[in-house]
Design a protein around this ligand. Structure first.
Ligand code: MN
Length: 734
């Protein structure tokens, strides 16, 4: 436990004019008042107010705040009274302790009405003097640090309240460091498994990327020194909770997070910030749309910095924040960083602080609302909206609250409510008026979704929506509609086959025959027929085993590796490259820069321009499939394995991607060489060629290619189609 003289020394370090006598009297008074009381940890209760005071000395706060912290639990938990404290320590301290007592036992996660009322009480106490909030936040921080001693059934409520109310409040008044720690502790208690998993991944990454981080630090430091800019550069890793929040908000996996590392550059003056930015942007290309100037336009909580993202060494995205030492102080300590709080208080101090601090002005404006007689619920809602700046809160017609990231559209809203609602959404009313479905939602909007059954979301929505959930759902829905088209086609083919065979087609009989066809459902069989995977005659046979076909049947396709296939190497004028060369880490899929191995679909691959999804296989990594790949059917019932991935193409490097085409060519000497030459002329590589006799007149040639993108592949196919030797060319996607 901290000794009396230690407390005084801590304050004296930043405030030589410390009122030693005042601190000593408070120490002794609180120690006597708490007497033999103990905490859940078994420690003397008095250790708690002392730790709270210690946290506030780190923020370099004035004597009155430190004393109020030492005394903060005396009225609530001991015989001490407001009058006595005021008599012994003066009006100001009496007021602070009284304010803290009023909010001590407020339950902020109770039923809606009480919660609103309690939150109002909290802010009213804070309105009297912002230092009440500073002590309260330090009190909560110490309680969170010692939460593991509290009975488990109480922990969740305290952690939830911290995450819902106190952490955002700390952020709103600019106390980022305190906010980070509160969130970290609450997250650890609320989702211990997620916390552990993310922490472990971050640790692995740190071990792996430590050298790269130091390299960036060194390169930047050297570059700044050359230009005469004095700067401290420090690499850092995101906190587990902020990683988690991002994964949740964007519904993406850990592997898809691209900005887990960031760098902070602290320079001498405002001008140096912009000079340093110039150096960074000259050295590495910047990512468009990621530059933000919070120096000329500070955030509402007084935060100032330059933000940018560049493509750094090894083509890694690197996030940078550039700021002065003073901006850094405010970014960490917020309101508490304002020099005024070191000794000023009262109306004058308040006015001064209001001038200096936007965060304080926000607090005052919010408190002004209290006098407008809003109902507690309305008040809570309003304050919540103000607290969470990076989110928009919208309402269903029944009053349900839906939280979405900024930039979200009614389509995101619909998918957030329910996937079915999203899939059938065709229009929206915002606040009672018809509005475009892709307009940006604002805080407080009431959104009504207009639906039409059987509607398929247009492919274009996929890139217009803001949430990963909506994006993934739209992909699946469009894929599902492709499947239905195949099923429709398959049904026609099957019905014709039964007619030809002069047998009766019945769905019930087909259902009974599913095991023989090795398919899970009627739909699956029809879609497989539509795609040409099952021959319609085999369906007839499955229902009527006695059925024999007298017509000549085209041979079913033989896949590579099966008997009947044989590969040949391409000849002279085309580049032959062994499959798999280039390495998996060269695959430019956005968000998959983590350590999961990435590969392309084994048959036919995928090329930029294809819409793609990633399928996660535990212990093996991620496989990229074009969205129309029939192999994806196998994962339909495992949505947890589907990853929302995108191409992330570097236009400077010309990379090539696997694709397969099959051509029906005339069975003539030299045909193979002629086609290989045509392909070579387009600049595509040939990895492998296989062919088989299709009929006496034709040969089916399968080319495994490497092309730049979909346009390139289309050009290759067009070129082959022009050849008089070729009757038919198609891309193969397995
Ligand atoms: Mn306390």
């Amino acid at each position: 436990m901290m000794r009396q003289y230690e407390l005084v020394e801590r304050v004296r370090k930043y405030n030589p004019r410390v009122d030693e006598d005042l601190l000593n009297r408070a120490y002794v008074y609180a120690m006597k008042a708490h007497g033999a009381q103990t905490r859940a940890s078994g420690d003397p209760y008095f250790s708690h107010p002392l730790e709270v005071a210690a946290i506030l000395t780190d923020l370099k706060l004035d004597d009155a705040t430190i004393v109020a912290a030492v005394l903060h639990d005396t009225i609530e938990d001991t015989d001490a009274t407001h009058e006595e404290i005021e008599r012994l320590f003066g009006k100001q301290i009496g007021h602070l302790v009284d304010g803290l007592t009023k909010i001590e036992k407020l339950d902020l996660v109770s039923k809606q009405a009480r919660q609103g009322e309690n939150f109002r009480k909290l802010l009213m106490a804070v309105a009297e003097d912002v230092r009440v909030l500073l002590v309260k936040l330090a009190d909560r921080l110490h309680n969170m640090r010692t939460l593991h001693f509290v009975p488990p059934e109480k922990r969740a409520r305290i952690a939830q309240e911290t995450l819902d109310i106190y952490a955002p409040l700390a952020g709103r008044i600019g106390m980022q460091r305190l906010r980070d720690e509160l969130e970290e502790l609450a997250f650890r208690h609320l989702s211990p498994e997620a916390h552990q998993a993310i922490s472990e991944r971050l640790r692995d990454l740190r071990a792996k990327n430590g050298r790269a981080i130091r390299r960036v630090e060194e390169e930047l430091t050297e570059e700044f020194a050359k230009r005469g800019i004095e700067a401290a550069v420090a690499g850092r890793q995101k906190a587990p909770y902020s990683v988690w929040r991002k994964m949740e908000r964007k519904s993406i996996s850990f592997e898809q997070l691209s900005d887990i590392f960031g760098f902070r550059i602290i320079v001498g003056g405002v001008e140096d910030c912009y000079r340093a930015l110039g150096v960074v942007h000259t050295k590495w290309p910047s990512v468009p749309g990621r530059f933000k100037d919070y120096i000329s336009t500070p955030k509402q909580n007084d935060y100032r910095s330059l933000h940018t993202t560049v493509i750094g060494p090894g083509h890694q995205r690197v996030e940078l924040q550039i700021r002065t030492a003073e901006m850094h102080e405010i970014a960490r300590f917020g309101i508490a960083a304002h020099a005024l709080y070191k000794d000023a208080a009262g109306d004058e101090g308040r006015e001064e602080l209001a001038k200096e601090s936007r965060a304080f002005r926000w607090l005052q404006e919010t408190l002004d609302l209290l006098s407008h007689g809003d109902s507690p619920e309305e008040f809570l809602e309003h304050t919540r909206l103000e607290l969470f700046q990076d989110q928009v809160f919208c309402f269903t017609p029944k009053g349900g609250l839906i939280a979405l990231p900024r930039g979200a559209t009614p389509i995101d809203f619909a998918y957030a409510v329910h996937t079915k609602l999203g899939n059938s959404a065709v229009g929206a009313k915002i606040n009672g008026r018809v509005a475009p479905v892709l307009s940006h939602l604002q805080n407080g909007d009431e959104v009504e979704i207009i639906r039409a059954e059987g509607h398929i979301p247009p492919v274009a929505w996929e890139t217009a929506v803001a949430t990963g959930k909506a994006r993934a759902a739209i992909r699946r829905a469009t894929r599902e509609s492709v499947r239905q088209q195949f099923a429709g086609l398959g049904r026609q083919i099957v019905e014709r086959a039964f007619e030809r065979a002069n047998r009766v087609f019945s769905e019930d009989r087909l259902k009974a025959a599913l095991p023989r066809l090795a398919r899970a459902s009627l739909e699956d069989v029809l879609a497989a027929v539509g795609r040409g995977e099952i021959y319609s005659g085999d369906v007839v046979k499955a229902l009527y085993p006695d059925f024999t076909e007298d017509r000549k049947v085209t041979q079913t396709p033989i896949r590579p590796g099966e008997p009947g296939w044989f590969g040949v190497k391409a000849n002279a004028n085309v580049v032959f490259k062994a499959p798999g060369a280039g390495g998996a880490d060269a695959i430019p899929i956005r968000g998959l820069s983590g350590d999961a191995p990435v590969s392309f679909a084994p048959i036919g691959g995928a090329v930029p321009g294809d819409r793609i999804v990633g399928i996660l296989t535990q212990g093996e990594g991620v496989t990229i499939y074009p969205i129309q790949s029939p192999s994806l059917t196998a994962f339909d019932d495992q949505p947890e394995r589907w990853l929302d991935v995108r191409w992330d193409i570097d236009t400077e490097r010309r990379e090539l991607f696997p694709a397969r085409v099959v051509a029906q060519a005339m069975n003539e000497p030299g045909a193979l060489g002629a086609l290989a030459t045509l392909i070579g002329e387009t600049g595509a590589n040939i990895d492998n060629i296989s062919f088989r006799a299709h009929s006496p007149d034709f040969r089916e040639m399968t080319f495994d290619l490497e092309v730049a993108d979909l346009k390139h592949l289309t050009a290759v196919i067009a070129k082959l189609r022009e050849s008089p030797l070729v009757s038919k060319v198609e891309r193969v996607i397995g």
